[in-house]
Write a protein that binds this ligand. Structure first.
Ligand code: FE2
Length: 373
């Protein structure tokens, strides 16, 4: 069936201290034994306690770029502890992992048949166990998104998409992001900003998402330096959390080449490259590549950011990356040059390429990788 053009209906609890609402939400959703999907560092920081979930079952093994093996482990934990619902606590990785655990609780293997590129959206049909998403970074926007990404046993990082993957509630408490170190604040914040930019440039018609994307971009652009320089600036943290949330709401329009180029690199097993760091790096290159195909969108973004013209947006982002101490070239991340050519066809085929304003074929992906190296 054709997907709706505009789709919004997520319960979002937003504000300092709202994390305490999680037990009440679980009760309302009829969840007696939740599994908290998170990672070891957040357990160490006492995050489950802050959600009133000190005694709950927890899976602390989420990897930076979650894998199919990671999903099997988490699913086994869910089943052996007889859980009946999920709380995703952390960045995009545990949020996406929890979505897919919920999907595989309700659907028969194999996982790959449900991937977007395999026509899997139509196969995701059964109701999933309730999921409450609690982001502790201001980045992925996955708390309000219908998509999840995972590296499969085959080595490919594939996307999954269904309205059924949408969390039943998003609990966005900016105070949970206060302990995020500067480097991750910058990298996850640039992921959120890249969602606003790419959704806004997507050629799909969704003016509601456009309005959200532009406002989210404005907030992120003005807050990211403050959140980076002063981690305890709660006002800046709140703006960044809004930017992430709005990016997530906007990307139902689709993303673009930044994400297409980033996904295959994020699937390289040995480098464990961070999604937001890669997106930040690709953003200026892709904006220049897209320049002629989305001039009016770039001009509108320039106005929102107080820049002279659309042509200045890519340079402005490049300066921002320097201010935030983020890498500007792939070689700085230890990516071997010869690793890139085999990734070009995967980037061209990525589910985000369809909504890049300029066609991203294999040759274009190869050139962009080479430039960014
Ligand atoms: Fe992203």
């Amino acid at each position: 069936m054709r997907a709706p053009d505009i789709a919004y209906l997520t319960d979002i609890h937003f504000g300092v201290g709202v994390a305490a609402v999680v037990p009440e939400l679980l009760e309302r959703f009829g969840v007696a034994r939740p599994l908290v999907v998170t990672d070891a560092s957040l357990i160490e920081l006492g995050m489950p306690q802050r959600l009133g979930l000190a005694g709950a079952e927890a899976f602390a093994g989420t990897e930076t770029n979650p894998t199919e093996a990671n999903l099997r482990d988490c699913l086994a934990h869910y089943r052996s502890a007889a859980c009946d619902g999920l709380v995703a606590l952390g960045g995009g990785a545990p949020l996406d992992l929890a979505k897919l655990v919920g999907m595989m609780v309700a659907h028969a293997p194999a996982l790959e048949q449900y991937a977007i590129l395999r026509g899997g959206t139509a196969r995701i049909v059964a109701p999933l166990p309730p999921l409450v998403a609690v982001p502790t970074t201001a980045g992925s926007g996955s708390e309000v998104g219908r998509a999840a990404l995972l590296r499969l046993d085959s080595g490919r990082k594939l996307g999954f998409l269904s309205p059924l993957l949408l969390p039943k509630a998003a609990v966005c408490d900016p105070s949970l992001t206060l302990s995020l170190p500067p480097r991750l604040t910058a990298a996850t914040g640039m992921d959120a900003i890249s969602h606003c930019v790419e959704a806004y440039c997507s050629p799909r018609v969704n003016p509601v998402a456009d309005a959200i994307a532009l406002d989210g971009l404005h907030r992120g652009w003005h807050a990211i330096r403050r959140a980076f320089a002063r981690g305890d600036d709660l006002a800046a943290r709140s703006q960044m959390m809004l930017c992430a949330l709005m990016g997530g709401l906007a990307f139902q329009k689709g993303l673009g080449a930044v994400h297409s180029l980033s996904h295959p690199l994020g699937a390289l097993p040995d480098l464990a490259l961070h999604h937001g760091t890669l997106n930040a790096l690709f953003l200026p290159f892709v904006l220049r590549f897209n320049q002629e195909a989305c001039g009016p969108a770039l001009d509108a973004m320039a106005r929102a950011l107080g820049l002279a013209s659309g042509a200045a947006v890519a340079d402005a982002f490049e300066r921002l990356l320097a201010e935030l101490g983020l890498p500007r070239r792939l070689r700085e991340l230890g990516v071997p040059r010869e690793a890139l050519a085999p990734l070009a066809p995967l980037a061209a085929e990525d589910h985000c390429s369809a909504t890049n304003p300029r066609a991203l074929d294999e040759g274009a992906a190869r050139r962009l990788y080479a430039e960014a190296w």
